[in-house]
Design a protein around this ligand. Structure first.
Ligand code: SF4
Length: 460
C-alpha cells in the first residue's frame, strides 16, 4: 500500500538530491571555483583535515596556518603530519591545477622553499611532481570540490580563532590587560638587552641611527635601510654633511642612471646636484652600492616611498645634535616636533624621483611614522640606558596595525567585542605580538597542546 506521507518525504529527498546534483554540476562546470574561493574553503576546513597524498601517504593537517599576504605560498605557519610523523611546519600552496606550480614559477622561486604541501583540484594527464628550487619533492594532495558542503561564506577570515578565545572571553578586563602588560614588558626588556649589546659594539649614536633608519624603511625595506646606515655610518655622514644626502642616494643605488633626460624639468636640478656630490665618492664606495633587487618599491603608499625616507634619514644625520639634545633631556614632545618638523624643498612635494610634483605639500616624516619611531626605537633605547620609561610608554596610543597583529588578535580574541579596547595602546599591541610569537607560532597542535589558555586561567 502506498503511504502518502512516505512518498512525500521521498519525493522531497529525491528533489533535494537532484538539486544537489545540479548544484554540484554548476560548481565544477562551468563555475570552477576561483583559486581564492578554493583557498578560503580549504582554510575554513571544508575539505577536512585528513587526506591521502597522490603517492599514498596519510597526510593530517595539524595546523592550517595563516593567510600569507606576502610573496610566497598561500598559507604560512602551517603544520602537517605524514603517516603519523611529528608535525612538519611550513607553508601550504593551493592551486586549481597541479601544473600551476610550474607555470606560476613556484618551482624556481626561493619563497616557496618552505612549502610542505601542495593542494590542487585537477591532476594533469602526465605525472607531475611538485619540487622546490632545491629539488625537494613536496607531497601532493588532490581535493574534490564536488564533495564540498554547499554553503560558502565569502567572508574570508584572516586567521581562525584559537582555543584561547573562549577562556579569554570570560576573563575580567584587568586580568587580560595585566597579561598583555607582562608580555609587553618582557618584549621591552629583550629589546633593551639587544640594544645594549649593539651599543657595546658600535656606540650609542650609531645604533640609534641604525634603528631609526630601520624604522624609516618600514617592514618592506627594513633590511636595505639598515644596510645603508651600517655602510654609511652616522659619523661618516656627519663628516661629509653637505654630501650626506647624495651619499645615501648613491649607495642606495638610486643614482645609477646618469641620463638626466628621464627626469622631469623640476627634478633635473635636484638630481644634477645629487649627482655632482655623489660623483667624487662613487669609485671609492662602488662596492657598497645596494643592488636594485634589495628594494621593494611597490606595495607601499606613495608617500612612504624609500626615496622620500632616504631624504628624511639624510636630514636627520645632518641635524643630529639637536635631535640628541631632545633625547638626552627625555623630551618626547621635543623629539616628536623635531621629527615632524623635518623639511625638504624637493621631497615635501615629490613622491619619487621620477614622479610629477604633487600640488599638495606633504610631511617628510608623518605623524604615524614618528609615533612608530618613538614606540619602537626611542622608548626601548631609553629603557636600555636605564631610564624608567614604563609609565610614559604604556600610555602611548596605538596608531598602526599590521597583519601579524590582526592575526594574533583573531587567534586570541576571536570576536570578543573588547578586542579593540584591549589593543588601544602600543604596549598592549606589543604584548599581543609577543604572545602570538611565543605561543601561536610555536604551536604544532592546532592549539590542543598549547599551554597558554591554562596558564592564563592561573594568572593572578
Ligand atoms: S596557539 Fe595557544 S596562544 Fe595561540 S590561539 Fe592557540 S591556544 Fe591560544
Amino acid at each position: 500500500m502506498n503511504n502518502p506521507q512516505f512518498s512525500i518525504n521521498n519525493r522531497y529527498a529525491e528533489m533535494r538530491a537532484a538539486a544537489r546534483i545540479r548544484e554540484r554540476a554548476l560548481f565544477v562546470s562551468p563555475r570552477v571555483p576561483s583559486e581564492l574561493e578554493l583557498q578560503a574553503r580549504w582554510f575554513a576546513g571544508d575539505f577536512g583535515r585528513a587526506f591521502v597524498s597522490t603517492n599514498g601517504d596519510k597526510i593530517d593537517i595539524v595546523q592550517f596556518g595563516t593567510w600569507n599576504r606576502e610573496a610566497g605560498p598561500d598559507f604560512s605557519d602551517a603544520a602537517i603530519s605524514i603517516n603519523g610523523s611529528d608535525p612538519i611546519r611550513g607553508s601550504i600552496e593551493i592551486d586549481l591545477l597541479d601544473r600551476s606550480w610550474e607555470s606560476h614559477g613556484h618551482a624556481a622561486n626561493p619563497a616557496f622553499e618552505e612549502t610542505v604541501l601542495h593542494v590542487f583540484i585537477e591532476k594533469s594527464d602526465r605525472e607531475f611532481f611538485t619540487r622546490t628550487k632545491s629539488n625537494r619533492e613536496i607531497p601532493q594532495v588532490q581535493v574534490d570540490p564536488t564533495a564540498l558542503p554547499d554553503a560558502f561564506s565569502a567572508n574570508l577570515p584572516l586567521a581562525r580563532p584559537g582555543r584561547c578565545q573562549a577562556p579569554l572571553k570570560n576573563l575580567p578586563e584587568e586580568r587580560v590587560c595585566s597579561i598583555l602588560d607582562a608580555a609587553a614588558k618582557f618584549r621591552l626588556q629583550r629589546k633593551a638587552a639587544r640594544l645594549r649589546r649593539e651599543i657595546d659594539n658600535h656606540g650609542r649614536d650609531e645604533v640609534l641611527f641604525q634603528e631609526i633608519a630601520a624604522a624609516l624603511g618600514y617592514k618592506e625595506n627594513k633590511l636595505p635601510f639598515t644596510l645603508l646606515a651600517q655602510r654609511l655610518p652616522l659619523k661618516f655622514l656627519r663628516e661629509h654633511s653637505p654630501d650626506a644626502e647624495a651619499l645615501l642616494f648613491g649607495v642606495a643605488g638610486f643614482l645609477q642612471a646618469p641620463d638626466l633626460d628621464i627626469y622631469s624639468k623640476s627634478t633635473r636640478k635636484y638630481v644634477r646636484n645629487l649627482w655632482d656630490r655623489w660623483w667624487p665618492h662613487r669609485d671609492g664606495l662602488q662596492r657598497l652600492i645596494l643592488p636594485a633587487k634589495a628594494w621593494r618599491l611597490s606595495g607601499s603608499r606613495p608617500a612612504n616611498h624609500p626615496q622620500r625616507r632616504i631624504a628624511a634619514l639624510a636630514a636627520l644625520a645632518v641635524n643630529w645634535p639637536p635631535f640628541m639634545r631632545s633625547l638626552n633631556k627625555g623630551d618626547q614632545n621635543g623629539l616628536t616636533n623635531f621629527l615632524l618638523g623635518l623639511e625638504h624643498s624637493f621631497w615635501n612635494f615629490h613622491f619619487t624621483l621620477t614622479a610629477e610634483p604633487s600640488p599638495k605639500e606633504m610631511a617628510l616624516v608623518g605623524e604615524s611614522r614618528v609615533a612608530d619611531i618613538l614606540a619602537n626605537v626611542v622608548y626601548p633605547f631609553e629603557f636600555s640606558s636605564g631610564r624608567d620609561v614604563w609609565s610614559e610608554f604604556s600610555k602611548l596610543p596605538a596608531r598602526l596595525s599590521n597583519r601579524r597583529l590582526a592575526t594574533g588578535a583573531t587567534r586570541l580574541f576571536g570576536d570578543d567585542p573588547r578586542c579593540a579596547q584591549f589593543l588601544k595602546t602600543v604596549t598592549h599591541q606589543q604584548g599581543l605580538l609577543q604572545i602570538y610569537e611565543d605561543f601561536c607560532l610555536q604551536d604544532n597542535s592546532d592549539c590542543a597542546q598549547c599551554p597558554f589558555p591554562e596558564q592564563m586561567q592561573k594568572w593572578k
